[in-house]
Design a binder for this molecule. Sequence first.
Ligand code: XMP
Length: 310
Amino acid sequence: MDEIKSIEQRINEIKETVGSGRAISALSGGVDSSACTILAHRAIGSNLKSVFIDDGLMREKEPEQVREIFRDLGIEVDIIDTQDEFFQALKGKIDPEEKRKAFRSTFYTIFGREVLKSEAKFLVQGTIAADILETKGGIKTQHNILEQIGIDPEKGFGFKVVEPVKDLFKPQVREVAKELGLPEMIYGRMPFPGPGLATRVVGEVTPERVSLVRKATQIVEEEIESLKPFQAFAVLLSDKGTGVEEGKRKFGEIVIVRSVESKDAMTAEPTQVPWEILMKISKRMTGEIPEVVRVAYEITPKPPATIEYV
Ligand code: XMP
């Protein structure tokens, strides 16, 4: 097996590739893009532009946290508020695939705009080894940024993709991120899908429904965190359920709690969450989010279910 490159080697390779050119990195708050952004910043300093596209589908306070964490490390991140554009694109969409497509095309339109504005010729991307293997195996398509913004990389428009951790698997990227000084909140964080909370709202994605699932997710993360699951979150269903309040019937929202154990997300088992924790989640959910009348815990492995609902 090839020896794993040191951080110094990775930084030097970026320096050699980018030289005195300009590069852009899109941060998501996840470990891969965070590690790559720091490596690129160490290599080329202020010639790197770091952007965070705030799509309105992030977890509680995520954009602000990312800005603060990177500021502490000497990197200024431009937070681009594009929430309205995403909600507009998702409006009226119910079908999961349609929602994913609407998210993707909105993301790349916005990112493409930022790339052109920055005049960067190098795009720093957090591709990791699993992405490449999954693409080759036909499991998941690695989205090539250049193609997504309508530029064919083969034809050479002067753009080049820089992928500083593409030889590493997730646990190794977490190690690199830790060594680079990123806090545990980033290097130890659960996976979070690109389309964010849109994958956790069944039915139409509206600002109000996202806000509700964000609060519910926060409760799940806080209560299940000590169990260190692979992934834990809340899902908002599209059907309403019947509840009772002050002796009267009330129709309200149904929230599903999902927590899974997995190595690589290809298969997963439900976490055996202790009953007391589940009951605490249920009480907090209905107590802190008045719209919620029912809470259920999901017990389906993958397969046959996927981890996310959308
Ligand atoms: P599923 O739902 O397919 O999810 O069992 C497997 C893993 O992938 C994550 N996931 C995504 N990640 N963009 C991403 O970056 C996506 O569109 C996406 N969909 C699912 C999911 O959170 C889980 O870890």
